[in-house]
Design a protein around this ligand. Structure first.
Ligand SMILES: *[C@@H]1O[C@H](CO)[C@@H](O)[C@H](O)[C@H]1NC(C)=O
Ligand SMILES: *[C@@H]1O[C@H](CO)[C@@H](O)[C@H](O)[C@H]1NC(C)=O
Ligand SMILES: *[C@@H]1O[C@H](CO)[C@@H](O)[C@H](O)[C@H]1NC(C)=O
Ligand SMILES: *[C@@H]1O[C@H](CO)[C@@H](O)[C@H](O)[C@H]1NC(C)=O
Ligand SMILES: *[C@@H]1O[C@H](CO)[C@@H](O)[C@H](O)[C@H]1NC(C)=O
Ligand SMILES: *[C@@H]1O[C@H](CO)[C@@H](O)[C@H](O)[C@H]1NC(C)=O
Ligand SMILES: *[C@@H]1O[C@H](CO)[C@@H](O)[C@H](O)[C@H]1NC(C)=O
Ligand SMILES: *[C@@H]1O[C@H](CO)[C@@H](O)[C@H](O)[C@H]1NC(C)=O
Ligand SMILES: *[C@@H]1O[C@H](CO)[C@@H](O)[C@H](O)[C@H]1NC(C)=O
Ligand SMILES: *[C@@H]1O[C@H](CO)[C@@H](O)[C@H](O)[C@H]1NC(C)=O
Ligand SMILES: *[C@@H]1O[C@H](CO)[C@@H](O)[C@H](O)[C@H]1NC(C)=O
Length: 668
């Protein structure tokens, strides 16, 4: 071809017909070009290598038809001068046999000595990359084995692929260390080893890859510090080391990466602060260092030079100090996530000429406070929830604002006033208390609600109180009728009634009553006292345990409550013990002690009340309705009523916290 075209050219030149000559050159070049592509595979070795590959990978006749010329008709095969230079079998389907037996069986590639590109991404080729790969493919420039189910390690021989420009091995199960020989790939511009099982340190040899523009080592198990050499890769535009276990801090030499466009160091354990030198990254568009241990403040000086910034994600760190207003004013900013940090101070005063329109700002879960009275800038969505902002928010701020869990007035789902007051008090700041004046009495320890709903609560409180008093009166009347009976029956026996006549002082303190939860009895003691919990001693089956009458060795009559953990929840007796450890009043049945040593049966020991418990006494009243209703004089009734009121008053007002009870064992 060359000889022929030269001859024609010379002839034409002689004629001096330039125009004709140009046309002829064009036609000839065209023909040459077409022919070059269609030159059949002229090497028998390469032909058999391709056939081998076809059968070892189980490729289909539809893609690589046997009877046709590989260079012309096989899909994804590219030749030059009769030699295979590129194979792209990415996304191919396989024959049934090939599907059943997928392997990384590419040995025959070794005979395609001019192969410059091999792309098998997405094709399942379980197995490891053979060591010869680096030695026998000296022309390889592009190797794409993404998501090929590869295992084993990256062969050190890769360092001999001296022409390699693109190396994609992501999404496999490659393990072990990254061989330092990769540092010899002087022409490498794209290295993606992400989403593998690689371990060890990132080899410092990577810093020898002077032409590297993209480095992705994300989602592996790399440990140790980021090698300082990495920051000398001045051509690098994309650096993704996220989701590893990298430690150490970001050194000031990071400023050398002045071509960097995307930096992702998220999900590591990087500590320290963001160095001011970061402002040297004038081309930076994406800065993602979320989920690390960064601390310290964000300097205002960090951002004014970073005009290309579009995405900044520093969420999930320990950054503190004030929000840098300069960050909000980056002209191209469209996503800013500073959530889950420790930023404090008030909302920055943003000049209204801020250009970040349509941006998404997430500043939630910080410790910001004060009023939201300055401009937000132009945003499409802003999340300020879980901070401590107070005051009111003007309506014209748009609807895409999340303000939950703050201390704001007239906004739903805010923090409790306790939380807010505490936060502001700790910092010596004044808190507007949701715009409500301080109530005269200390507030009930309950969650403060929106001020607009306060009236509802006050009304509910008043009517609820009235209702409660009504119920109380009814209960007292019933008690009076019952105790008529009880005391009438005991007349003349002894003055051991629960409310001794003419005496409103507490009964003499039993020595067994101690503060806290009383004495510890042994299980045997209580077995003896109650006659092995015999049926005859059973007073009643209570709703939280069975009650037995018993006599202690000293002669004291007691009531033993047996809480069987088979039938009752553990909390029931714990609650009761807790209650008695906190309250003690003459009008409450005294708890004398407890026995908790038995695994499944917990015993509580009470003072014995002669007139029994309220519930069963009430039943007795109905049994004997016709007689002795009149036997109790009005003075006694009044005393009982006062006693009951004292007990209730104590529970509701004096003990802390106040108790609303459903106590039925109390004999008033
Ligand atoms: C590789 O082959 C796939 C499928 O045939 C095709 O979509 C893709 O464009 C090819 N890629 C290259 C670089 O030739
Ligand atoms: C490999 O082929 C896929 C198409 O399936 C393509 O997206 C990818 O860019 C190719 N790899 C290279 C390095 O060209
Ligand atoms: C490569 O070609 C040689 C012949 O030149 C042959 O002996 C050898 O088996 C081939 N290797 C593979 C893996 O196809
Ligand atoms: C691979 O490269 C190393 C050093 O770069 C060299 O010593 C070795 O001879 C090479 N091996 C082959 C098979 O080319
Ligand atoms: C980058 O690649 C070119 C060849 O493409 C090479 O000459 C140069 O030395 C490489 N740069 C470095 C720093 O290795
Ligand atoms: C970095 O890699 C991770 C994991 O592959 C990916 O989720 C993340 O989007 C990448 N970061 C950037 C900035 O592209
Ligand atoms: C946030 O700051 C407070 C002090 O203001 C400190 O007690 C707390 O531990 C910090 N939290 C984190 C996650 O650093
Ligand atoms: C806002 O952005 C526009 C282009 O997007 C630019 O022309 C203008 O100068 C910017 N204004 C400010 C205040 O940055
Ligand atoms: C802001 O971040 C928090 C936690 O980081 C997340 O729960 C919330 O959904 C984010 N808000 C928006 C609007 O994306
Ligand atoms: C916002 O209110 C605070 C007082 O709460 C005041 O000090 C500050 O100057 C106000 N800011 C603006 C922009 O009005
Ligand atoms: C609210 O957000 C949505 C999408 O996030 C956006 O389409 C819409 O314009 C925003 N509304 C306003 C008032 O900014």
């Amino acid at each position: 071809m060359n000889m022929m075209s030269f001859a024609v050219l010379s002839a034409m030149e002689a004629k001096g017909n330039l125009l004709l000559m140009e046309a002829a050159v064009f036609v000839l070049l065209l023909i040459r070009c077409v022919l070059a592509q269609q030159v059949p595979l002229d090497s028998a070795v390469q032909r058999s290598a391709l056939l081998d590959l076809r059968s070892s990978l189980g490729l289909r006749s539809r893609d690589w038809p046997l009877r046709k010329e590989p260079c012309r008709s096989w899909r994804g095969v590219q030749c030059q001068n009769g030699q295979v230079i590129a194979i792209n079998i990415s996304g191919f389907k396989r024959t049934r046999i090939g599907r059943l037996n997928p392997r990384f069986a590419v040995d025959s590639l070794g005979n395609l000595t001019l192969l410059s590109s091999f792309n098998a991404s997405g094709l399942s080729l379980p197995g490891s990359i053979p060591e010869w790969f680096g030695y026998r493919l000296p022309a390889l420039q592009v190797l794409d084995l993404r998501s090929c189910s590869l295992s084993g390690s990256i062969p050190g021989s890769f360092g001999n692929l001296s022409r390699l420009n693109v190396l994609y091995l992501s999404g496999n199960s490659l393990a072990g260390n990254v061989p330092a020989t990769l540092g010899e790939l002087k022409k490498l511009s794209n290295l993606d080893l992400s989403r593998n099982l690689l371990t060890g340190q990132i080899p410092n040899a990577i810093s020898l890859l002077g032409n590297l523009t993209r480095l992705n080592l994300a989602s592996n198990f790399f440990t140790g510090q980021i090698p300082s050499g990495l920051y000398s890769l001045s051509s690098t535009q994309f650096l993704n080391l996220s989701d590893n276990a990298l430690t150490g801090f970001i050194p000031s030499v990071v400023g050398n990466l002045d071509k960097l466009i995307e930096l992702d160091l998220s999900k590591n354990s990087i500590s320290g602060s963001l160095p001011l030198e970061l402002r040297g990254l004038r081309n930076l568009e994406k800065l993602v260092i979320s989920e690390n241990g960064l601390e310290g403040q964000l300097s205002e000086g960090l951002f004014p030079t970073l005009d290309q910034l579009q995405v900044v994600d520093l969420s999930g760190n320990k950054l503190d100090g004030a929000l840098p207003a300069t960050l909000f004013l980056r002209p191209n900013l469209r996503f800013l996530d500073l959530s889950r940090n420790n930023f404090t101070g008030s909302w920055p005063i943003l000049s209204t000429n801020g250009n970040a329109s349509g941006a998404v700002f997430n500043i939630s879960n910080n410790m910001l406070y004060g009023e939201l009275n300055s401009s937000f800038g132009k945003f499409s969505l802003i999340d300020l929830s879980s901070n401590y902002f107070q005051g009111t928010v003007a309506d014209d701020r748009g609807r895409n604002v999340s303000l939950g869990r703050n201390c704001l007035q007239s906004v739903a789902s805010q923090r409790s006033s306790e939380d807010c007051r505490l936060f502001y008090a700790e910092r010596g700041l004044s808190f507007d208390n949701f715009g409500v004046l301080e109530p005269m009495q200390p507030p009930v320890p309950q969650h403060e609600e929106k001020s607009s709903k306060r009236w509802i609560f006050i009304l509910v409180g008043v009517f609820g109180g009235l209702g409660f008093i009504a119920i109380l009166v009814i209960v007292l009347v019933l008690i009076l009728r019952r105790c008529d009976k009880g005391i009438a029956n005991q007349r003349g026996s002894a003055d051991v009634g629960p409310v001794p006549e003419g005496d409103s002082t507490p009964p003499p303190k039993d020595p067994a009553i101690v503060s806290g939860v009383g004495d510890s009895f042994t299980y045997e003691q209580l077995l003896r006292a109650t006659g092995n919990f015999s049926e005859t001693n059973l007073i009643k089956k209570g709703h939280s345990g069975d009650l037995f009458k018993g006599t202690l060795a000293g002669g004291t009559t007691v009531v033993v409550k047996k809480v069987s953990l088979h039938s009752f929840k553990k909390e029931s007796y714990m609650m009761e013990l807790d209650l008695f450890s906190r309250v003690s009043h003459a009008r409450l049945v005294p708890l004398l002690g407890q026995c908790l040593e038995h695994e499944t049966e917990k015993l509580l020991v009470y003072k014995y009340m002669v007139c029994g418990d309220l519930a069963s006494s009430l039943h007795r009243v109905t049994d004997l309705e016709d007689d002795s209703l009149q036997s109790l004089d009005w003075i006694t009734r009044l005393k009982i009523a006062i006693g009951a009121a004292e007990g209730l008053s104590y529970l509701h007002h004096e003990c802390n916290p106040p108790l609303v009870h459903r106590y039925r064992e109390t004999c008033i």
